[in-house]
Design a protein around this ligand. Structure first.
Ligand SMILES: [Zn+2]
Length: 633
């Protein structure tokens, strides 16, 4: 039904403001669980987008906006624009865009609350955190305490490495691996003294409770013969070189300790156990430092150990990461896929290293990565190779890395297996399932064809191995985080209404009054239009808009971001009215036609027939109302 419309002297629409919709916030996407809206707005107001982006890379003034080479895709001439009036950025090359929070999220690869906190910290704006449920509060508090404890422990280990006489053996060891004091500081390497309880005393002195210490993974408990703890703890890491493990934005969340005594009967490496902070299969060592280099290179060199990674990084090969443990987990592969499209595995050439290659493959292929395998001279690892032959030799070994399948075929040829029918069958059985995991169909087929011609079996025989192997893992239900967020499709007319609604509270108010049919039923993108119209914020203001978009999911935000690029038309009031009437009648007519078709179906009960006829009559009346609304002009 069409509401009465009038125009103010300035030609603005004037409409009744009551809305039949309960005033509600857009569906919460979980993006802002705990930070108060006022704080988000305050941060958005304080952080000028030009200043923030300009602190990451230089921006060039171009008329009223600023330009740069886009950090989100490879390009030669700048198509990345920053608009100071709207406080937004947009790349015409790759479609990246949004407000200051979106920029920090995408550039730093952090989530929304972290981006708000980071900008708040930078601008000196205090953040008000809203209370979640008691369980959320408890978990958040514990996490905060554990993070603080890990930071304290990392500082304590580091101090021991640098200052105490007992750490001489650790200092000597690191020196022998080319790690000087400066590098040790940069990675906050440490030394865990050979003591059962020194760390525990230190943590208690820092006022961490026994419960907190027990959950940190920094201690183990002594167990009696019944398997019940006697309540006594001892330090998990003793007499080891300590490598702090960082989250991808630089908080210490765990440790890896390397034994110093080569003769010791304990494990060479001890890692933190799983804790509320540390889930081993989800962390990549070094990522907090290397992510920029990964994005720039578009590919990652995967080393086995921390020392290899540090050595490569400090010698200028910076697109490196190390999985915690030898093989990639699906979580780690997906995390890495956010940064790169290809990986070069640089594992030891021994049997264990080659098994790690094979075990890493399913996760990596499954998320669409191009997997290469580097071959270092026998007996060398990245660290030893860089120390003996220099970073350039290492780089060229990486450059010569073969695609996994070529690598496997080459190893077969070298071992003489190509001449042995039994080994050829075994190879086909081994490679088939991996080929089946290649997500790109063209690549999958060409790889299969190449293997067939190299090992001399028919494609039909090989394809039976592609099917008979272990089924490739099901694709993750959520789309890969690496996939760029695309704006949603929007019908032309809805797009225009959304654009106008973004720009004017009067138009939002008028559209709120149009209830038949509901905005979300007007066509594709109608749900987004409805969210804009019912926004509780004053969205013409960039800071308030940042609060509004924080409640949307990424594709909705991207859609709204593209609206800003459309030119604002003249004579908006008339456009909104005729635009809405056009969409509304189209939607009602379509609904009436669908109902008529339904009515012609055989076997409908009398009651259903009467209901459908009533519905058709009601829709016809609504369509007439709309037309008279239009002629009222
Ligand atoms: Zn771009």
């Amino acid at each position: 039904m069409c509401r009465p419309v009038s125009f103010s002297p300035e030609g603005k629409l004037q409409v009744p403001v009551d809305s039949p919709f309960p005033s509600r916030r857009p569906r919460h996407s979980g993006a802002v669980p705990r930070i108060a809206e006022e704080s988000i707005q305050r941060v958005a107001e304080t952080c000028d987008i030009v200043e923030v982006i300009g602190s990451y890379f230089p921006l060039k003034r171009a008329g009223t906006s600023y330009r740069a080479i886009c950090p989100f895709h490879k390009e030669k001439s700048p198509s990345f624009h920053v608009n100071p009036q709207r406080q937004t950025f947009h790349c015409f090359g790759c479609g990246a865009g949004g407000n200051v929070f979106r920029f920090v999220m995408d550039y730093e690869h952090i989530d929304f609350p972290s981006a708000v906190r980071r900008l708040a910290q930078r601008a000196g704006v205090p953040i008000v955190e809203e209370a979640g449920g008691p369980e959320d509060d408890r978990r958040a508090d514990l996490r905060k305490r554990l993070l603080a404890m890990h930071a304290d422990a990392a500082g304590w280990f580091h101090h021991h490495l640098l200052k105490t006489p007992s750490a001489q053996v650790a200092r000597d060891y690191l020196k022998s691996r080319g790690i000087n004091g400066e590098i040790a500081k940069s990675w906050q390497l440490g030394f865990a003294p050979d003591s059962w309880d020194a760390l525990i005393y230190f943590l208690k002195e820092k006022r961490y409770s026994v419960e907190e210490i027990a959950q940190s993974g920094l201690v183990s408990s002594r167990e009696d013969e019944n398997g019940e703890g006697d309540g006594h703890f001892y330090a998990r890491f003793r007499g080891r070189v300590m490598f702090p493990i960082y989250s991808d934005y630089g908080e210490v969340i765990g440790f890896s300790g390397r034994v110093l005594d080569a003769e010791a009967k304990t494990a060479k490496y001890v890692n933190s156990p799983e804790t509320p902070l540390f889930i081993k299969g989800k962390v990549l060592y070094g990522l907090h430092k290397t992510k920029r280099a990964l994005i720039e290179a578009g590919s990652a060199i995967v080393c086995e150990g921390q020392i290899d990674l540090i050595s490569a990084y400090e010698n200028g090969v910076q697109n490196v990461i190390a999985p915690q443990g030898t093989a990639f987990t699906p979580d780690q592969a997906r995390l890495l896929r956010r940064f790169v499209e290809s990986v070069t595995l640089c594992f030891d050439s021994d049997r264990a290293g080659q098994e790690a290659v094979t075990r890493s493959l399913p996760a990596l292929l499954d998320c669409g990565m191009d997997v290469r395998v580097a071959r270092l001279p026998s007996g060398e690892d990245p660290d030893s190779m860089i120390r003996k032959q220099g970073a350039e030799a290492f780089q060229s070994a990486i450059g010569g890395a073969l695609n996994y399948f070529d690598h496997a075929l080459e190893r077969m040829a070298e071992s003489g297996a190509m001449l042995d029918p039994a080994k050829i069958t075994a190879a086909a059985r081994k490679l088939g399932p991996f080929v089946a995991m290649i997500s790109d169909a063209v690549l999958r087929e060409s790889t299969a064809r190449k293997i067939c011609s190299r090992i001399g079996i028919t494609e039909a025989a090989f394809s039976s191995h592609m099917k008979s192997g272990p089924a490739p893992q099901a694709a993750p239900e959520t789309p890969s985080e690496g996939a760029a967020v695309r704006p949603r499709e929007m019908a032309e007319g809805i797009r225009m209404l959304a654009r106008l609604a973004m720009a004017s509270p009067d138009i939002r108010t008028w559209l709120k009054g149009q209830t038949t049919p509901p905005l979300r039923e007007l066509g594709e993108g109608g749900d987004i239009l409805e969210k804009i119209v019912f926004a509780s914020q004053d969205i013409e203001n960039p800071a308030s808009r940042a609060v509004f978009t924080a409640q949307l999911d990424a594709s909705e935000e991207a859609t709204i971001n593209t609206l800003d690029l459309d030119r604002l038309p003249e004579n908006t009031a008339e456009l909104v009215r005729s635009g809405w009437v056009g969409l509304a009648s189209h939607s009602l007519v379509a609904k009436r036609e669908a109902t008529k078709i339904r009515l012609r179906e055989a076997g409908l009960g009398l009651e259903e027939q009467i209901r459908l006829q009533g519905l058709i009559a009601e829709l016809s009346k609504q369509i007439l109302d709309l037309q008279s609304c239009l002629s009222d002009g």
